[in-house]
Design a protein around this ligand. Sequence first.
Ligand SMILES: [Zn+2]
Ligand SMILES: [Zn+2]
Length: 258
Amino acid sequence: MKNSYRFLGTGASTGIPMIGCTCPVCTSVNPKNKRLRTSGLLRWEGKEILVDAGPDLRQQALAAGLRDLDGLLITHPHYDHIAGLDELRVFFLYRQAPLPCLLSASSFAEIQARYRYLFDKPDLKANLVAQFDFQILEQPRGVTRFLGLDCRYFTFSQGNVSVTGFRFGDFAYVSDIREYPQAIFNDLQGVKTLILSALRFEPSHVHLTVDEAIGFAHRVRAEQTWLVHMGHELDHDRAEGYLPPTIRLSYDGLELEL
Ligand SMILES: [Zn+2]
Ligand SMILES: [Zn+2]
């Protein structure tokens, strides 16, 4: 199995089309303007790793033909990144073992508060809920082992929520970023493929704009940067025309060989 990354979803928190919206992007017939909530499937050194579990997870898993899953990375506990946790219970049936899940202490605390029943012991005779083997990152940045793989992680923020970024080899995932320490550029040094969030051209309190993402990507100097978490203000074809050649707009279903 080659290393790859599949974009399961590339949209902002509402998904595109947004409920009730009749704007040109929400009503566009271009399939690249249909965006499920941002999530991805990383295949790395033989392991299949889901990045976030949003509210569109079931639809995304069916579209990707997902059957084997080795682990889950959680970036932060906003609804659009964890609302699909319950759907992962099928993997307990397939694996007969809890799914390893790597996340920050603050994400863990929030999930514990909101999903109390996920922490009950599995009972196959009762209603089965998803089962996770949580691996908690105690530091804001560092290197850990996950599924036997080296993983570098680092922290940035979105308003008052801490968000975790992950790096495997020369691949890095940075979504839902607004404020960040300068050390992030050390953590991202030498990255060849960068997944980076950008909401729209207009300023946002919780996301980078397209221009801010371009500036961030230029500092990382990855060979390829792919934008995710895009809002309905961004028409795919028009926004792509605006970007420099090493920075691209992703779309649902796109798969990169790494
Ligand atoms: Zn989000
Ligand atoms: Zn719209």
